[in-house]
Design a protein around this ligand. Structure first.
Ligand SMILES: [Cu+2]
Length: 176
């Protein structure tokens, strides 16, 4: 925008009104945009954007996804998860077997995060499974969960809740 031209073309109070309108417009855009990335830290571990999604009515399970970055010099391991939304939570691996069938299994030893590594739990791969849902996830309402790491210990995080079917195989919209 040509600022000098703008100044001369419009009286100051109109210019200010336009500025306010632009700010209001930006604010509306921010509200309309999906939840901004949020993250948590414990020790040398950085946990990026924990998220889940709405499940069909009557469903007893919900999935959880997040990114873990290990900025330390030692490997660590996500060993357990718990949340008040479900009776229990497990760490799962999803794989396509030799017959092209999607299989899912709990990882008894959890997930290792090597020094300098970034592990992403995402649709179609590693994920958390909240089993025996007590409080099904509600779109736009964050829920708390506790992640326990072998070395770094326990950290409480919040899962953002996306609409049903969000991010199926495509995690492009989930930065952070
Ligand atoms: Cu699973």
């Amino acid at each position: 925008m040509n600022r000098i031209f703008f100044r001369r073309a419009l009286p100051r109070h109109i210019e200010q009104a336009i500025g306010l309108a632009a700010l209001a417009f930006l604010f509306v855009l921010m509200l309309a945009h999906p939840a901004p990335a949020h993250s948590f830290d414990i020790g040398k571990l950085h946990i990026g954007h924990p998220w889940s999604r709405v499940v069909p009515q009557g469903s007893k399970v919900a999935a959880g996804y997040l990114k873990i970055t290990n900025n330390g010099a030692e490997a660590d391991r996500l060993v357990s998860v718990s949340s008040s939304i479900s009776d229990k939570a497990e760490i799962h691996e999803m794989k396509v077997d030799a017959n092209g069938v999607m299989t899912m299994r709990p990882l008894a030893d959890g997930v290792e995060i090597a020094p300098g590594a970034e592990i992403e739990l995402k649709p179609g791969g590693y994920h958390l499974m909240f089993i025996g849902l007590v409080t099904p996830p509600v779109e736009g309402v964050k829920f708390k969960a506790t992640l326990t790491f072998e070395k770094a210990g326990a950290v409480e995080v919040e899962f953002a809740v996306e609409p049903m079917g969000a991010g199926g195989g495509d995690h492009g919209s989930h930065g952070g």
